[in-house]
Each structure stands twice: as structure tokens, then as C-alpha cells.
Design a protein around this ligand. Structure first.
Ligand code: GLN
Length: 193
């Protein structure tokens, strides 16, 4: 099983590490460019996207991730960092996906909620997402697969080796989305390499 990094500059790091380890991955916390060597994939956790984006540049992690070799799974703030367009903001980002995101998009009435995701690529019960001041995607480029919606809004999407979720799958007991990343993206990317 591959070694999976969890970006550990700020945000919900430990929860992701725990889920990945429980699925059999070797987990490495990533803080420096050298930590990216040999990774099969990396998770960008939720947190504050402006802070994480600045730190990605400051710690010189951004250029390597931007090069696009390493599969990335971004959740919440992580999704924002993967987008090439952030509505009304010029904050630093990786911009590896052809998507436009809106930050804090569900508004004040829905600052924090849990909801079933329509259309998620899992079998059995619907995937449930925990949303915390969550973004959603307002526009996608041609290569982007839409994998999940809530209230008709795009909350889960994929472009090749990049997977982005508006919500926090690491905060539920449901490990199916992490498993999807490991099996459908990381393992396939390893076969193609
Ligand atoms: N609202 C945060 C941002 O815009 C994201 C929130 C989260 O990651 N839970 O960066």
C-alpha cells in the first residue's frame, strides 16, 4: 500500500491521518518539500484556505504539487486550494483543477450541517457529508467529473488524479470516500506511472 501524505500546516490533520491509517495506508505528515518524495497521494485538509495557501508558498510545497504528478484529495479548504478560480478572491492557490469555487457558499443559515450527498460514487447507503463554512463549485471545465451534489450544488468532483470535496469525510465514521481515493485514484496512478 502506498504512502499517503497529509498536509500538516494547519487544519483537520489528525482525523485524516487516522482514517487513512485505518484503511492500511502508510501515513506521512507533510510540512517540507522533502516530505513529498515518494508519496502515492496527498490529502489537503480543511482549515482556513487563505492561511494554508500562504503557507504552501512559504514552505515551497506549492510548485511540486502544482506540477500535478501527485494525486491530491482536497476537503473543504483543500477543495478551495485546488480550484483555478475562487470567486472574488486572489488568494494563493494550487489551481490544479478547472473549477470555480465559492467560499462559505451555503450562507449563514447553513454554517454547519450534515447532509446526504446525491450521486456519490459509493455503494450502499448514501454518503453523508459534514459541512463547515463549506464552499461549493459553481462552474467546471470539460475534464471535470461531477460526483456529488447537495441541494443541486456541486460538492464533490474529480479531474483525473485530483478529487475535491466541499465537506469533511474525515469527521464521520464513513471511510468510503478515502477508500475511493486510495483505490480509484492512487492505485491507478501508480499503475500508470
Ligand atoms: N471557510 C473556509 C475557507 O474558506 C473553509 C472551511 C473549512 O475548511 N472547514 O477557507
Amino acid at each position: 500500500m502506498a504512502t499517503i501524505g497529509v498536509l500538516a500546516l494547519q487544519g483537520a490533520v489528525r482525523e485524516h491521518a487516522r482514517v487513512l491509517a485505518s484503511l492500511g495506508a502508510e501515513v506521512r505528515l507533510v510540512k517540507r518539500p522533502g516530505d513529498l518524495e515518494g508519496l502515492g497521494g496527498i490529502v489537503l485538509p480543511g482549515g482556513e484556505s487563505t492561511t494554508i495557501g500562504m503557507l504552501l508558498e512559504e514552505y515551497e510545497l506549492a510548485p511540486v504539487l502544482r506540477a500535478g504528478e501527485i494525486p491530491i484529495f482536497g476537503t473543504c479548504a483543500g477543495m478551495i486550494l485546488m480550484a483555478d478560480e475562487i470567486e472574488g478572491s486572489d488568494q494563493p492557490r494550487l489551481g490544479v483543477m478547472r473549477v470555480t469555487v465559492r467560499r462559505n457558499a451555503f450562507g449563514r443559515q447553513r454554517e454547519s450541517f450534515e447532509e446526504a450527498i446525491d450521486g456519490a460514487p459509493v455503494t450502499g447507503d448514501p454518503l453523508r457529508g459534514v459541512f463547515i463554512r463549506a464552499p461549493y463549485v459553481t462552474d467546471v471545465g470539460p475534464d471535470v467529473e461531477i460526483l456529488g451534489r447537495v441541494d443541486g450544488k456541486i460538492v464533490l468532483c474529480r479531474q483525473g488524479r485530483f478529487l475535491a470535496a466541499s465537506f469533511h469525510p474525515e469527521l464521520t465514521d464513513d471511510r468510503r470516500l478515502h477508500r475511493y481515493f486510495l483505490e480509484e485514484i492512487v492505485q491507478r496512478a501508480a499503475h500508470l506511472a
